[in-house]
Design a protein around this ligand. Structure first.
Ligand code: FAD
Ligand code: EPU
Length: 336
């Protein structure tokens, strides 16, 4: 099996820094090289981008296949928009910088999110009031069983909060090859997130630009989120849960400090607050921990196993359920 290596260490391929092995490892940089490698391997498969949203709980007894499809191409433009096709293996923040450099607006609030372009639609990445669905045009994806490429429109992707059809109904059925974004020639700023406005003021910004918004977002992220190069993590481990208005009122009566934001389906609670209030912030058991500044982020201080991080997440989940009657859902993809 050419191009497929046996026994690969995965520590440097996942931002949690979990030290496990893959039985086989390979990469692909085009649809045809993907087809070739799959023809040589009919067994279990794990598609990998930047490894910033996975928790590996054990050695992977199959083929880990890293997406390295590159390329950024302007495919069309009109008065208002540019349509840009990006290879799934491009780095997300690299693409954001490319857009900023050309004054193409829409992704500035999504600055500095780790990982690849191809994984971004998997969970409809979002931050500071913007989600990828807001700039998404279409994508192409390879169906593993049929060995055929399909185009997916915005509707086909069924995007939701940290959700898509690829994380749900079509889980493990498609490999995303490229994504086309529709970016604005004239910016529509999203500074409604309080943190952004405060940061822009602190920066002394007079005339608003997408570059300034990006810088503000980067400053906030650097102050809040641990850098995986320093300490292993995969960002928010859980999603922020939504509860009904009556449930929120009851919680508010019992816990006056509770943090919640009204949304279309009810009140979205800050899971970080629930976890902190449960006494977990800064907790550490061996090398698995709950971050001391951002309770929603679980961390690996060095040699934690994926199972230890998972067990800690289960303890937190059960304790939040017992205290608040709210069930947290994991955002990170657990690889069992
Ligand atoms: P991976 O971890 O490699 O893969 C994630 C999942 O997608 C896996 O199940 C994998 O099998 C699958 N997959 C990957 N590529 C493909 C493909 N081409 N085809 C099919 N399946 C594929 N997320 C947010 O939404 N907002 C944030 O603000 C945010 N902040 C973060 C901050 C930090 C410090 C970290 C570490 C993570 C953060 N994340 C955030 C999570 C993460 O960065 C995103 O989910 C990102 O899109 C993951 O990309 P990746 O390439 O690393 O995916
Ligand atoms: N909070 C606490 N204690 C904590 C952490 C948070 O009380 O330890 C409360 C605070 O009241 C704070 C509120 O929670 O005001 C919200 O916190 P923050 O603004 O840091 O956002 P978050 O809910 O922790 C979400 C996303 C992030 C995204 C930011 C900015 C989810 C699961 N997480 O985090 O996405 O970057 O908002 O938009 O929706 C990710 O998905 O990996 C991720 C990092």
């Amino acid at each position: 099996m050419s191009n497929i290596v046996e026994q690969a260490f995965l520590k440097k391929y996942n931002t949690f820094g979990i030290d496990v092995k893959a039985r086989w490892f390979s990469s692909f940089d085009s649809q045809s090289s993907l087809g070739e490698v799959l023809a040589a391997w009919p067994g279990p498969l794990l598609i990998l981008g930047g490894g910033s949203n996975i928790l590996l709980t054990r050695d992977f007894d199959g083929l880990v296949l890293r997406n390295e499809i590159k390329g950024i191409e302007l495919v069309r433009e009109d008065e208002q928009y540019v349509y840009v096709r990006v290879g799934a293996g491009e780095n997300w923040h690299g693409f954001v910088q490319y857009a900023l450099g050309r004054n193409w607006a829409g992704v500035e609030n999504l600055s500095l999110i780790p990982g690849s372009v191809g994984a971004a639609p998997m969970q409809n990445i979002g931050a500071y009031g913007v989600e990828i669905k807001d700039v998404f045009y279409e994508l192409s994806a390879y169906q593993l069983k049929e060995k055929k490429v399909y185009a997916f429109s915005l509707n086909d992707c069924e995007f939701g909060y940290r959700e898509s059809v690829f994380k749900g109904r079509y889980k493990d059925q498609f490999v995303l090859l490229d994504v086309t974004f529709r970016l604005n020639k004239v910016p529509h700023f999203h500074t409604e997130y309080g943190d952004i406005r405060t940061e822009l003021e602190k920066m002394g910004v007079q005339g608003l630009t997408i570059q300034a918004v990006s810088e503000a977002v980067i400053n906030i992220r650097r102050s809040k989120l641990p850098d995986p190069a320093q300490i292993g993590n995969a960002g928010s481990f859980f999603k922020n849960p939504t509860v009904t208005v009556p449930k929120f009122e009851a919680l508010k009566a019992a816990f006056p400090g509770i943090v919640g934001y009204p949304g279309p389906a009810g009140i979205k609670l800050a899971a970080g607050w629930l976890i902190e209030e449960g006494g977990w912030k800064g907790y550490r058991k061996g090398d698995a921990g709950c971050h001391a500044r951002q309770a929603l982020v679980l961390v690996n201080y060095g040699h934690a196993t994926g199972q230890e991080i998972y067990d800690l997440s289960e303890e937190i989940l059960q304790s939040v359920k017992a205290k608040f009657g709210v069930e947290l859902e994991r955002e990170v993809n657990i690889i069992f």
